[in-house]
Write a protein that binds this ligand. Sequence first.
Ligand SMILES: [Fe+2]
Ligand SMILES: [Fe+2]
Length: 136
Amino acid sequence: MQHVAIKYDDIVTGFARIDADHKRLLDMINLLCKARSETLRSVLTTQLLTSLLNQLASHFEHEEEFMARLEFGNFDRHLSSHCKIINSMTLLVNQYDASGDLDHIINFMTTEISGHIADEDKQFASFIRQRRAKQK
Ligand SMILES: [Fe+2]
Ligand SMILES: [Fe+2]
C-alpha cells in the first residue's frame, strides 16, 4: 500500500475550522500508514492511535455542535454515523493493543473515516453554503 492514503484536496469542505480538523486527522492517518511500513510500531503507534481517537472525538463534538446550532436536517443520521465510527475505532484500537495488527485500523480509516468526510461532511458543508447564500 502507498504511504499517503488520502489526499487533502479530495476532502476539502470549504469551511476553515472543519477543514483544519480534517487536515489534522488526515496527517495522523497518513502517519499511521507510514508507520505500517517502517519500524515505528509499538509505543509510538499506540500513542498515535490514542491521539487520533481523541482528535476524532473532539472533531465530531465540534461538528455536532455546529450542526445543532444550524438545525441541519440530517443531524440524527450524521450523529449516528459519528457514533458508529467512534465505537468501531475504539474497538479496533483496543484490538491493536492485543494483536499489533495495524492493517484493520488503516483500512477502516482510509475507507470509513475518509468516506464519511468525503460524503456526509461534504453534504453538511453544502447545506451551510446554501443557507448562507439565502441569507445574502
Ligand atoms: Fe468531519
Ligand atoms: Fe461528520
